[in-house]
Design a protein around this ligand. Sequence first.
Ligand code: HEM
Length: 117
Amino acid sequence: MSAKDQDNAIGRRRSDNKELTGAPRSAHIKRTAQESFSLEAFILRRSMPWSDGEAGGLNFVAFGKSFDAFEAQLKRMVGAEDGITDALFKFTRPVSGSYFWCPSMAKGRLDLRALGF
Ligand code: HEM
């Protein structure tokens, strides 16, 4: 991709790391702008890029108190809201995914009441 197309895909300029003011609606940071959802969709992201010979990608990891914020973002990324898909999908392909449940802590101990303990 040209430098301009790369910048537009994310919505940020690689050369100086500035967010683009006129980024296209398909730009990843426009699709996922957390405060732009009607119920703000905040997640904690801790992703890890990987490469193995010719293949490469991102293990995307997000934490949240429910699936809601993550699913709201994914819906907009795939264009379910307005038909505009995230420019990331021009050069990336979701391969697999998993959800895990992490019990919260209560009074210094794991709160396992959701499991009936
Ligand atoms: C190939 C997969 C992905 C790549 C390469 C990627 C890459 C990026 C990059 C480069 C940024 C900009 C960071 C910055 O401006 O500081 C970003 C932001 C973000 N991404 Fe992704 N991302 C991927 C998948 C996802 C997925 C699957 C989600 C959620 C469903 C997501 C949610 C977000 C959020 C919430 C932001 C911050 C937006 C904001 O509030 O400014 N990303 N991502």
